[in-house]
Design a protein around this ligand. Structure first.
Ligand SMILES: [Zn+2]
Length: 148
């Protein structure tokens, strides 16, 4: 189930992978609210780290920014590869760039699960929508949506 976001809704209808998702045209349910309520449902750090097929977010320790990602693997493995990306200072990586530019540190102990979704394309769309919902506080570089 996906919430309605004005403007993005029409675009999403043309995106692939949403066939299995039901888009709810209900302006009362914003993605941000849904993300926050999902975050509250998170159990302990161990449970979060041992989850798979999730859209997740990693907050910055030093400012209000967050990174959104998605993975099919165990979240702890994905976080481990983020740590290694950071170590190797890959500048083309939007996760690394903020921390490289500002000297801030990701707060990997505060990783939260935004959505559980086992279909890859739906998970990808949830990740993209989460980035949109975060607006300027998202660290991600949003890739342009193919209009075809
Ligand atoms: Zn920061």
């Amino acid at each position: 189930m996906l919430p309605y976001i004005s403007g993005i809704f029409e675009k999403l209808q043309r995106m692939k992978g949403l066939e299995k998702c039901q888009i709810v045209a209900n302006k009362g349910v914003t993605l941000k609210k849904l993300m926050l309520s999902n975050q509250k449902k998170n159990k302990g750090v161990q449970d979060v780290m041992n989850s798979s097929n999730v859209a997740y977010s990693i907050p910055c320790s030093d400012c209000d920014s967050r990174y959104c990602g998605q993975t099919r693997q165990l979240l702890k493995n994905r976080i481990a590869s983020h740590k290694s990306e950071l170590k190797h200072l890959n500048q083309n990586n939007s996760f690394v760039q903020h921390f490289l530019e500002t000297g801030h540190k990701p707060n990997v102990d505060k990783v939260s699960i935004l959505f559980n979704e086992k279909h890859y394309k739906s998970r990808l769309n949830l990740e993209t929508m989460s980035i949109f919902a975060l607006g300027s506080s998202a660290l991600n570089h949003i890739k342009p949506v193919n209009e075809n």
